[in-house]
Design a protein around this ligand. Structure first.
Ligand SMILES: [Zn+2]
Length: 82
């Protein structure tokens, strides 16, 4: 019984030795063979990151802070207590 006989085999791009599916460093020559990522990896990562940022960041405060940076807060007297 030959396990993995039909599995698409990756080869080291330097020496041509067969690599395991999750192996990125060649055991024969030590060359780095990055595991190919599917095209949706980057967009999916950005979407997940945006969701996390959306939950973590309080955008109301952020806009207020940006408003202050842009100088709009100068309308109100800075030392006024009321
Ligand atoms: Zn190699």
């Amino acid at each position: 019984m030959r396990l993995g006989a039909k599995r698409a085999e990756r080869l080291c791009r330097k020496c041509g030795s067969p690599l395991e599916t999750d192996e990125d460093i060649c055991r024969t020559c030590g060359a780095n063979n990055p595991i190919p990522l599917p095209w949706y990896t980057l967009p999916l990562g950005l979407v997940l990151w945006a969701i996390v940022i959306g939950y973590v960041v309080d955008f109301g405060d952020l806009w207020h802070f940006l408003d202050m940076l842009l100088g709009n807060a100068g309308d109100a007297p800075a030392g006024s207590a009321d």
